[in-house]
Design a protein around this ligand. Structure first.
Ligand SMILES: [Zn+2]
Length: 208
């Protein structure tokens, strides 16, 4: 429901966006970011009041991503549009080791897809300014922590000696980590999609 306030940065608007976007930046998928921007998916350029106040044009972004996107990337895939199959069209990868960079690729020839890949590489790996380099490193550190945790659970789950109770317990934890509510879901989904055994086990948990 669109809050009545005309101010798109008012507390009720930001609170509602936080709920709608599961408190995750819609670009980098960092959870509970410390700086939040109400982003206009299609830039209003200070003139278009319809775009400025259209609820469907307001997105929840961290300061780092909002600042990296600016008005340059105004033609990217929309994560709230079900016809944009982002997790099918774009591969998200990172090795769960210290200081690794993300690998984002797509074989689809489409301007929106290519722009999205470029923006994602910029927010995670970009070194365009000193500040952005450090912000990207901080996000990747949280991403790697999450991937290490995820890998550990998958490994435990797959042990041939695990008891059926423990297996069920790990299955639940893995399900939670694949939910759109958890941070960096795209990277975890691609771990599952890239491994035939894991895909057989967890295909039903993948977000649609
Ligand atoms: Zn972000």
């Amino acid at each position: 429901m669109k809050p009545s306030s005309e101010n798109y940065r008012s507390h009720d608007v930001v609170k509602q966006l936080r709920t709608d976007f599961y408190n995750k930046c819609y670009i980098c998928e960092d959870y509970a970011p410390s700086t939040i921007n109400v982003e206009h998916f299609i830039p209003h350029r200070g003139k278009n009041r319809d775009l400025m106040f259209d609820w469907n044009n307001l997105f929840y972004a961290c300061g780092h991503c909002n600042n990296s996107k600016l008005a340059i990337y105004d033609n990217i895939l929309n994560c709230t549009d079900n016809s944009h199959k982002i997790l099918d069209w774009i591969q998200f990868n990172i090795n769960p080791y210290p200081k690794e960079k993300v690998i984002i690729q797509s074989s689809i020839v489409d301007i929106k897809v290519q722009n999205t890949v470029e923006l994602l590489l910029k927010v995670y790996n970009g070194e365009h300014t000193g500040l952005k380099t450090v912000e990207g490193e901080n996000i990747r550190e949280r991403l790697i922590d999450e991937m290490v945790k995820f890998t550990k659970r998958l490994t435990k789950y797959s042990k041939p000696t695990i008891t059926s109770e423990d297996k069920e317990r790990y299955r639940k934890k893995i399900r939670e980590m694949l939910s759109v509510k958890s941070p960096f879901t795209a990277f975890k989904v691609w771990v599952i999609k890239s491994n035939p055994y894991l895909l057989r086990e967890f295909a039903s948990f993948l977000p649609q």
